[in-house]
Design a protein around this ligand. Structure first.
Ligand SMILES: NC(=O)c1ccc[n+]([C@@H]2O[C@H](COP(=O)([O-])OP(=O)(O)OC[C@H]3O[C@@H](n4cnc5c(N)ncnc54)[C@H](OP(=O)(O)O)[C@@H]3O)[C@@H](O)[C@H]2O)c1
Length: 368
């Protein structure tokens, strides 16, 4: 099937700066095997994992905040999210939305022609709870910064929605990550949830998904983004790094503690986040954009009976639940800007500059 057919693609050729992302007009189109689907890509969202993998930020040798620039000290054996080496060339891009063009043996042919979203978690489908054997779309296999991609049919779901392709491409990575954090910390109605990086992809997802559960959401974001973040209806807004977090919380919300912290920022502000947690409070982390090495006073951890949750691989229900929320209009996309795939460098630079709210997406060919 599709033997010798070519496609356009942005190909990551190694760790380094943006010049490692190279455009090709004549890259081989993926060949599907049993159980797989061939997707004609319409839109693909950008994520920090694209930047972190390219720059080598996941390497244990790197201790700084994410900047998007190459790090000189990367250990070649550990520069991916999973701690292993990556194989080049690699087409990145996790947040794929497109039409199923062909299916492999054993896949329901009714999928052909359907518009689908992809769950980015590559699983051992004989045992989807085998979290040791997982990979990420666009990291351990080629992803969506191309005209075509392929994936196991159990990774895709048709989506019945009036949202555009680009709008749908804002959801998968950020919202499954956010929902996983809320599941792990068992967020329920009335919980006071402090959200860092609330203007970004995961943060804007956390506001909407925690609101959906009836939680009291306290969103931390740069003050110049507050007007736009307010449109997502957080219960309260705080600056990105208040001088005294407990006082700022008390002044803004009437209480100086929270039940849950959902953190994707980390870095120097981490001790302040931990200090405002109430007894038995739950902390969830799925990112460390301000820096991965933090200071923890263990007395606070044990004397306050805190519970810490590292959040990466999701359970299989999370993506299915997300598609339901989208189809029922319970959450809305926060699409900052779109770029044609050919302008991936400009799209990624805008993503790194962080002047936007929500997600940036590249579009491919005709979109709806
Ligand atoms: N574990 C997983 O599976 C998973 C999945 C998705 C993302 N992540 C990670 O989660 C993190 C956030 O991802 P994202 O997609 O939400 O990123 P994003 O869209 O880039 O948003 C991050 C937000 O953090 C804030 N921020 C950036 N640098 C900061 C700093 N030095 N100090 C304080 N705040 C800062 C910015 O908001 P303001 O300008 O408003 O301050 C920015 O909007 C990344 O580290 C990413 O790698 C992990």
């Amino acid at each position: 099937m599709n033997t010798n057919k070519k496609m356009a693609a942005y190909v990551l050729t190694g760790h380094g700066n943006m010049d490692k992302l190279v455009w090709h007009d004549d890259w081989p189109r993926p060949q599907i095997g049993a159980g797989e689907v061939l997707i004609k890509v319409h839109a693909c969202g950008l994520n920090n994992t694209d930047v972190n993998t390219r720059s080598g930020w996941y390497s244990k040798a790197v201790t700084e905040a994410t900047t998007g620039d190459a790090y000189g000290v990367v250990h070649e054996e550990d520069p991916t999210w999973g701690g292993g080496a990556i194989h080049f060339p690699r087409i990145q891009g996790a947040d794929v939305v497109g039409t199923v063009e062909a299916v492999g043996a054993g896949v329901d042919a009714d999928l052909i022609g359907k518009r689908v979203m992809a769950d980015a978690w590559l699983r051992n489908w004989d045992d989807p709870t085998d979290y040791e054997n997982t990979g990420y779309f666009g990291s351990e296999c080629d992803g969506g910064f191309a005209e075509y991609t392929k994936v196991d049919h159990r990774n895709v779901l048709p989506v019945n929605s009036s949202l555009t392709d680009a709008e749908l491409a804002t959801f998968s990575c950020s919202y499954t990550t956010a929902e996983n954090m809320l599941n792990r910390t068992q967020v329920k109605a009335g919980d006071r949830v402090l959200i860092t990086g609330a203007s970004g992809g995961v943060g804007s997802a956390l506001i909407q998904l925690a609101n959906r559960r009836g939680a009291i959401t306290i969103a931390m974001a740069s003050v110049d983004k507050h007007e736009d973040v307010a449109k997502l209806n957080p219960s309260h807004l705080l600056p990105r790094s208040p001088d005294h977090l407990a006082n700022a919380l008390a002044q803004t919300t009437g209480e100086n503690t929270v039940d849950v912290v959902t953190d994707i920022v980390g870095g120097p502000a981490f001790p302040d986040l931990i200090d405002v947690m109430s007894r038995g409070g739950r902390y969830a982390c799925s990112g460390a954009i301000a820096g991965p090495i933090v200071e923890l006073d263990l007395r606070t951890l044990y004397l306050r009976d805190l519970r810490f949750h590292g959040c990466t691989v999701t359970t299989t229900n999370v993506f299915r639940d997300l598609v339901g929320y989208i189809e029922r209009g319970e959450i809305r996309p926060v699409l900052a800007e779109t770029f044609p795939l050919r302008q991936l460098h400009a799209a990624q630079q805008a993503f790194i500059d962080k002047k936007h709210i929500g997600n940036i997406v590249v579009t491919v060919g005709d979109t709806r």
